[in-house]
Design a protein around this ligand. Structure first.
Ligand SMILES: [Zn+2]
Length: 223
């Protein structure tokens, strides 16, 4: 699968102003990147365009990056069944405060199984099954996400070393294997509530996510 940069524009948000970049894969599926303090590499000259007047590169801090997979119910509807909405908002805020970074917003709803299957899995969860078993009962993988769009998206803005906001060791491993140095993993724990504590515990205990044992020390984002 190849990924093509399509277009970009300014996007003011309540967290501050981002640049929004649209990418498309061969099937026409769109992925989105929000950036602060990052600029498109000039594809022709293979140079980063953020140079000073005398053509010396401008020093920039190590970019703070969040790879976020679309969650319509959490991101748009403030669902309490997961922690996606608070994670997205906290990451956007942290990247604004850092002044250099990006949200890679990947259109792979429901850990890659799609919205309809996610809601089917929610129905099984309503009957008492956990997030992992619900997927397995539907004959679906626990996690069907892919990350191969991240390399081209980061390359578009000349990023090859990052501070990565994540609790998911798979994302660290993926980037590392694909030539992007993860200099620091920044843990994130926000949006824990009575309704998703069990979901988070499943991600920690059965899916390898790196979460604090009791959630109680709330690994606030390291600035
Ligand atoms: Zn979610």
């Amino acid at each position: 699968m190849s990924y093509q940069f399509i277009t970009s524009a300014k996007l003011p948000t309540r967290h501050g102003e981002f640049d929004i970049h649209i990418f498309e894969n061969d099937d026409g599926q769109e992925h989105v990147m929000l950036t602060v303090g990052l600029f498109a590499v000039d594809q022709n000259q293979d140079q980063i365009s953020d140079v000073g007047q005398d053509d010396t590169p401008i020093e920039r801090p190590l970019p703070l990056i969040r790879i976020h997979s679309e969650c319509l119910t959490g991101d748009a509807f403030s669902s309490l069944k997961c922690d996606c909405g608070p994670q997205l908002n906290t990451a956007m805020q942290a990247i604004q405060e850092t002044g250099c970074g990006a949200i890679l917003y990947l259109r792979q709803e429901g850990r890659g199984i799609g919205l309809t299957n996610k809601i089917r899995a929610y129905a099984l969860q309503d009957q008492g099954h956990d997030t992992l078993d619900a997927n397995l009962m539907l004959g679906l993988p626990a996690d069907a996400r892919i990350y191969d769009m991240c390399g081209p998206m980061l390359a578009h803005v000349g990023v090859d070393a990052v501070r990565l906001i994540t609790n998911n060791p798979d994302k660290v491993a993926y980037l590392t294997e694909h030539g992007i140095e993860v200099v620091e993993r920044v843990p994130l724990l926000v949006g824990v509530n009575d309704m998703n504590a069990e979901y988070l515990a499943t991600k920690r205990d059965r899916m390898g996510h790196l979460l604090d044992k009791d959630f109680n020390t709330a690994l606030h984002l390291n600035k």
